[in-house]
Design a binder for this molecule. Structure first.
Ligand SMILES: [Zn+2]
Length: 69
């Protein structure tokens, strides 16, 4: 039987959430943030540009969906 360590899982999820928040903040401020995987700059995708607005790289390996009120 496998043991799952949920405390570690929650910790990682929390960390990735705060990382995403930091990335969103930087991109909103007009700072260049590179994708962790491909190194391409992350860009803001507005609701006018796509039905799925968010922040992501051109290759799509990083995507953080945003909700625009
Ligand atoms: Zn990428």
């Amino acid at each position: 039987m496998m043991k799952l360590d949920f405390s570690q899982l929650n910790k990682q999820a929390k960390q990735s959430f705060s990382n995403q928040h930091a990335v969103i903040k930087k991109v909103m401020q007009g700072k260049v943030v590179a994708c962790e995987k491909c190194g391409q700059p992350l860009v803001l995708i507005t609701p006018e540009q796509s039905e799925q607005p968010g922040i992501g790289c051109i290759k799509g390996c990083t995507f953080i969906s945003l909700e625009f009120a």
